[in-house]
Design a binder for this molecule. Structure first.
Ligand code: PLP
Length: 285
């Protein structure tokens, strides 16, 4: 079956899904994206992703071409048309295609809205059992990382460097502290059983999975501290993990080749993963 994508009001075969070379997403990375997981054919924590989409487009004065309710309907229709059981829906909105390349916002130009789906068995991903190593890199990004912008070159380079070193993710470092993963939020569990993850602010993307995991942990009386941590603190921790929409909770077992604790996924990480999977199943729509 041909994969179906969505482009500006039409469902089309992926190979025919095209936008203009003058699209501002292409020319200026002038756009916002979101990724929501699909579990058993239903969208996970999508209200949280759509709320972040609304906030991100607002921060760059980009008007959505559809209401959030209509966007959710399109996401669901795309999942159904692709008969997607487990995977993700990617969506991107850009400031559209003008007739010229001009930095200033174009007038009277409709935004571009595209979506496509990808198959991924997130729950049974082998790396959730083995854990991954991370590699540290300097955080070279702009200072509005709270906006889910498609300007991802720094993360492309960071994740490529990590992949070449055999690591599963890059941890970006600024002023001696971990900001976040290349496409994930970073957590550690200290020797005193405190779950630590950097506080939201312009230094990091407010992860939807991070938010849910913090709430689920607090509901279970786990102590959570939202603050920055260093690589040294992470190496001295009991456990570490990352979260994202397409990984859920993913154990981290080493940093730059140095093992965390015994170099195996920690019990609290495994437990939080189970709790998150239960939450995802129970709340997916
Ligand atoms: N941080 C960055 C830089 C990301 O790109 C992502 C996801 O792509 C995340 C964190 C995790 O966010 P979420 O849990 O909403 O997927």
């Amino acid at each position: 079956m041909d994969q179906i994508a969505y482009v500006n009001g039409s469902f089309v075969p992926l190979a025919e899904a095209k936008v203009s070379i003058l699209d501002r997403g292409f020319l200026f990375a002038d756009g916002i994206y979101e990724v929501a997981a699909v579990l058993d054919g239903r969208l996970v924590d999508n209200a949280s992703h759509l709320a972040r989409l609304k906030r991100s487009v607002g921060e760059i004065s980009l008007a959505l071409p559809e209401t959030l309710e209509r966007i959710a309907e399109i996401q669901k229709e795309l999942v159904a048309r692709n008969q997607l059981v487990n995977g993700m829906v990617y969506l991107e909105v850009t400031r559209g295609a003008d007739k010229v390349r001009d930095f200033a916002f174009p007038k009277g130009i409709a935004p571009t809205l595209i979506m496509f789906t990808t198959v991924k068995d997130i729950v049974n991903a082998p790396s959730a059992k083995t854990g991954i190593g991370v590699m540290t890199v300097p955080d070279l990004r702009w200072t509005r990382r709270d906006i889910k912008s498609v300007a991802l070159l720094a993360q492309v380079l960071a994740k490529q460097a990590a992949a070449e070193a055999g690591a599963g993710e890059a941890w970006m470092i600024e002023d001696g502290k971990v900001t976040e993963g290349g496409s994930s939020s970073a957590f550690i569990l200290t020797r005193d059983d405190v779950l630590v993850t950097r506080q939201n602010g312009s230094e990091i993307l407010p992860g939807c999975t991070r938010k849910a995991v913090v709430a689920l942990a607090e509901e279970r009386q786990l102590r959570v501290e939202e603050r920055a941590f260093s690589v040294e603190e992470a190496l001295a921790a009991k456990e570490a993990f990352i979260t994202s929409a397409t990984l859920f909770v993913q154990p981290v077992i080493s940093i730059d080749g140095k093992m965390i604790a015994n170099g195996k996924p920690g019990p609290m990480t495994n437990r939080l993963r189970e709790i998150y999977v239960d939450f995802a199943r129970a709340t997916a729509v």
